[in-house]
Each structure stands twice: as C-alpha cells, then as structure tokens.
Design a protein around this ligand. Structure first.
Ligand code: EPZ
Length: 422
C-alpha cells in the first residue's frame, strides 16, 4: 500500500492555488443527468471520489471524461436507474443520485450506504423528504427501491439541517410539479453552489445559504457550463498546516467568506491572517495560544471537517482546549494516532480535552478517514523527526496529490509506492 513519509520541523512558505470543492462537485455531477445533452464543469478537483462518481455516471449510460480540472458529461443516453452495490459501498455520496434519477427516470434502485469511520451516516432524512414529494419507497434494510410517476411539490421541514438531504430534496423538487419549501435546510456554501448550478440549467430555486429554500418546479432543464467553487476545507487544512509549522503561506483562489468561523478560531489562537479578495495570507511566527472551547456544528459554525485538523494546532498551543463534536458521533479516531505522536488528548463522550505539549514526535500512524488522515499529515509536518502515514487512500479522496501541494510550500514529504513482489 502507498504511504506518505514526512520529515517534520520545516516552516511552510510560498503560495498555492486552492482546487475546486469536492463537496460541491459531487452533488453537481449527480445533478448533471437532470438535463439531456453535454454538461461541462470547470475547477473540478482530480480526486478518487470524483473518479468514482464519474464511474457511476457511466454505469447509468453517460459518457463522462475528466481532463485536468474540466469534466465533460454527455447525459443523452441515461437509461439505467440501478446503482451497483459495489459502487455504493465505495462512496456514500452515490446517494446524491437519488433526486436526479427520480427527476429524470422516475425510479432509482440503490443500497443503504452504511456507516463509515466517522459515524452511522443514516439517510432517513433523505427518504422522508423524497416521500413528501410523492416518492414511493421500498426499503428492506439493504436494498432501496424508489418510484415516482410524478414528483409533486411539498412543504418539508428537516429534523436536522442535513447537507445531503437538503441537496437531494432540492434536486428532486427542481423538476416536481408545483412549489417546494425546505425549512431547517442546511446552509453550507456547497448548497448555494448546487442552487446556482441548477438555476444555470433553468431551475427556479431561491434561498440556498439560508435555512429556507424555495423551489418552483420546472418541466425541463438544459445543459450548461459551470465553474465549481473553491474547496473551503482544503483551504482550512492548509491554513492550519501553515500555522503549526510557524510558516508564512499565501492561499490563492479562496473564498474567505466560506471560512469565517475557522478564521475566527485561528486568530484567537494567535495566527495572523490577511485577506485581499480571493487571496489569504497566513503566518504564525510564535507559539500559539489554546482556544478554550470549539464546538463543531452546521455551517456557518466551526466545520466538523476541520475538527481533526484543528486538534493538531491545539495540541501545540499553550494551555488547555476543549473540542466538542456535535455533527458525527464517531469522529475522534484520529485521537489515538495523534497521541502516539505525543499529543495529550483525553476524550469524554463527544468532547476532547487537549493539553498543549512542547512538541510532537514523528511516528508510523494510520489514516482512519479522510480528515483524520489530513490531520496526521499536519502533525507530521510539525513533528520532530520522521512520520510515516499508512492507508493514505483515505486522504486521496479529498486532497489532489497532497504531497505535491505541500512540497510546493517547502515541505519534505514523499509518497512511497511499494515495489511489487516478484
Ligand atoms: C456532507 O456529508 C459532507 N459530504 C461531509 O463531508 C460533511 O462532514 C457533512 O456534510 C457535514 O457538513 C459531502 O458533501 C459529500 P449530513 P452528509 O447529512 O451530507 C446525520 C468530508 O470529509 N444524518 O449533514 O452525509 C448524519 O448521520 C465529508 O468531506 C441523519 O441522521 O452530512 C450526521 O450525523 C465527511 N439522517 C449528520 O446528520 C440523514 O438522513 C450530518 O450529516 C442524513 C444525515
């Protein structure tokens, strides 16, 4: 298996452009099948999750190609409504195809995506929302069959502002008869990007980014060309890496407005941040201060997807910090690995108490999920000595060649590919 090998202790410096947002691209790629013809997307990151989604689109009958950060999809021949189980288990974001397939073909067959390293990841809110739009659902606990001769608009109140459920309901409602309102909707920037993409194809949606989204159903959507927003979590990850290595880094092509809560936390810990349009400067010349309490919760609060990474910074700050994870029930698997590098973290239910330590030490550690892996990379950059990270396929799901990104900022990091045994 491939590994990342990092020689720690070098301050990051230089400038880097932030690639497109995985969590915007995935639902938008799924939504492309709602129009017949050729859809072109720019600023799509080259990630394994994107590759899996293109594979699923091909299995449904699309032609789909990615060249650099441009994806071209011809959706004319979409005819298949069954999502293969092996592709579902490879990536739970396959559930984003439910709304689009119901809108295009009136049917979708898929499988319970199952939990993952960070929690149970139920889809009950997706199914309740689609049922409200007139979808008939048969769910035997494993296989799910959804049918809708016609989708009809409805007033839907989400029990929890689920990102995926908001997106799936938006997509199905875009071609339902009549009006749909989603209250207690998720407010993430990726949902605004999906609204903008659907409206570029002729949908009539307003309110994304607020907790109430209103959709006027239309009969038909037309193909378009669209540019994906930058990845706020990749940007946040690099901000934290710059801070813990006491470096001086410039991020280009970012949207600072998407990072308000992370910027607030970093400034409270002593990180210096400058903003000029889509350019952000990060530097942290001296030891950082603990942040008393960070609570992850839906946007615009501190994002759960930066929780693992901020723990590295808090472990190297003076004082005691508390991090409370309220979005996923199992998102602390990186704690054991960070502890093996010398971090002082105690977990109590969904709260972690972190006591700053003078330094971290290189070790051989294992990535358990995407963002936990990113946190281990940051820890390796700051640690004294050599860090070897295993199971790095998790990291490749959300970061486009993370070792190249970091080497361009002066890090000593390499990907080792095992020699095939004779
Ligand atoms: C999206 O996942 C992101 N993934 C996640 O990013 C992100 O962490 C999450 O939103 C929260 O911001 C993509 O966009 C592809 P949710 P999603 O539905 O849609 C529970 C990363 O690292 N829930 O808002 O699955 C669920 O179990 C990934 O890039 C239900 O109970 O998130 C979880 O505890 C990780 N029933 C909470 O809500 C449902 O029907 C938040 O889930 C749906 C969700």
């Amino acid at each position: 298996m491939e590994k990342l090998v990092i020689e720690g202790g070098k301050p990051l410096s230089g400038a880097i452009k932030i690639h497109g947002a995985k969590n915007a691209a995935l639902p938008i790629l799924a939504a492309s099948i709602m129009a017949e013809g050729t859809v072109v997307m720019n600023n799509v990151p080259e990630l394994s999750d994107i590759g899996v989604m293109l594979g699923i689109l091909r299995s449904l009958g699309c032609k789909a190609e990615q060249t650099g950060d441009t994806v071209t999809i011809n959706t004319a021949a979409v005819h298949q409504f069954h999502i293969p189980e092996h592709l579902m288990s490879q990536m739970r974001s396959s559930i984003f195809l439910m709304g689009p397939l119901l809108a295009r073909l009136g049917r979708v067959e898929l499988y319970q995506p199952g939990g993952c390293a960070i929690g149970e990841r139920k889809i009950d809110l997706h199914l309740k929302g689609l049922a409200a739009l007139g979808v008939k659902i048969e769910d035997d606990g494993s296989r799910i069959v959804c049918m809708a001769s016609e989708l009809t608009g409805a007033d839907i109140m989400l029990d929890y502002p689920s990102v995926g459920a908001t997106e799936n309901i938006m997509m199905a409602a875009a071609m339902a008869r009549g009006q749909t309102t989603i209250t207690n909707a998720a407010r993430e920037p990726e949902i605004q990007d999906l609204q903008n993409f659907l409206n570029t194809m002729g949908a009539k949606i307003i309110g994304a980014g607020t907790d109430t989204i209103t959709i006027e159903g239309v009969q038909e959507l037309v193909p378009c060309t669209y540019r994906i927003i930058p990845d706020r979590i990749v940007a946040g990850t690099l901000m934290i890496a710059a801070a813990v290595t006491r470096g001086h880094v410039t991020l280009q092509g970012v949207c600072p407005a998407h990072l308000t809560s992370a910027i607030h936390v970093l400034k409270r810990s002593g990180v210096q941040i400058t903003i000029d349009g889509d350019i952000m400067g990060i530097s942290a010349p001296s030891r950082l201060k603990a942040v008393e309490r960070i609570v992850t919760s839906p946007y615009p609060s501190f994002p759960t997807d930066l929780q693992s990474q901020i723990m590295v910074l808090l472990s190297l700050s003076d004082g005691v910090s508390i991090v409370k994870e309220t979005v996923f029930e199992g998102r602390f698997k990186h704690v054991d690995e960070l502890s093996r590098m010398g971090a002082d973290i105690r977990v109590d239910m969904n709260a972690a108490i972190l006591r700053g330590v003078p330094r971290l030490y290189g070790a051989t550690v294992e990535a358990t999920d995407l963002r936990a892996g990113a946190a281990l990379v940051i820890a390796g950059l700051a640690a004294q000595g050599t860090t070897v990270i295993e199971q790095i396929h998790h990291i490749d799901r959300g970061y486009d060649r993370i070792e190249s990104m970091l080497r361009s900022l002066g890090a000593t990091i390499n990907r080792t590919t095992p020699v095939a045994m004779e």
